[in-house]
Ligand binder design. Sequence first.
Ligand code: PLP
Length: 393
Amino acid sequence: MTTANTTGTALLTDGVRAEATIDLAALRGNLDALRARTNGPELMAVVKADAYGHGAVHCAREAVAAGTRWLGTATPEEALALRAAGISAAEARILCWLWIPGGPWAEALRADIDISVSGQWALDELLAAVRETGVQARVHLKADTGLGRNGCQPHDWPDLVAAARRAEAEGMLNVVGIWSHFAAADEPGHPSIRLQQDAFALALAHAERAGLRPEVRHLANSPATLLLPASHYDLVRPGLAMYGLSPVPEVGAPADFGLRPVMALTARLALVKDVPGGHGVSYGHHYTTPGPSTLGLVPVGYADGIPRHASGTGPVQVGGKWYTVAGRVAMDQFVIDLGGDHARVGDEVLLFGNGEHGEPTAEDWGRACGTLSYEIITRIGARVPRRYLGASE
Ligand SMILES: *Cc1c(COP(=O)(O)O)cnc(C)c1O
């Protein structure tokens, strides 16, 4: 038995404090929508950070079942976890890009994982692991085309390319990818976009002159996948858009790109009580009831990923109506002022959903908290169980 919300959709499992519902059919639809917006490149499903809070193994399996041949993670540990969960090299290539000295190079080689290299130190450690394991590496050389984060600076690029080419000639590795990452693809017209595309073309041309023949050249994240066809090359790497959120809310809502939000977050009222006017609410009494009122206790807090910055601003829906977080978000709970409205303990609170029934979205939460929808979904904590709907198998 599940509680029905106002639209009759079963959302929250009985007896469950809070739950993140993951709509895998929406995830598949989003992958289709992204394919429809690109003309030919392979699609890499970016499943880092536990698939932006959606569950990396479930989402990776679903993406693979839907025909996606590439998965992307930040850390090698995330990539290894996907292989350990049974996603084989025959099913999907996995690229990971955030390495530190002493990282699990040998384990990654043995698990048939593609490895990003941004500098000479990383190439040295990788080659040591190649000698140790006897496994030839598949390398994606990463250029810093202007983001100023990871990636090799233009002045170091020729040396890195030459060293990789030498190792390739010795049979130690294959440079299968040349790649980079945008700084501001989510701000259409930002001058850095053109500059980075030009810098990437130069880095590629240099690598090719040096004899490298990458199988995939890749640059595009979600906003570039949606808005910059010239950046698609052989592979696009959408993260956020795959989870159905718009990376460019000022340009278009998810539906404008054929996307549907995958995660909904619900909780169950843990207490409903009448209080007199002038009653302080939650730590610090930053909210005081303006008159006699009814408070509802929502049993999720910042330990569950509800930002403390949502204090006084986060939107929720109960019985079809919006309310705002009253006072501070605490570690495990927050309060809403139901005013004169009627609600019962156990009633469902919809924090965010796909917005199709007028409920708040992760985008609304991001705006309320002065952050991005990216951060809202990714923060949802391990204490919130995920329930998967619409799996393909
Ligand atoms: C996170 C990430 C992506 C995906 O970014 P979105 O904006 O979520 O599409 C792509 N490439 C790299 C290198 C990333 O770190």
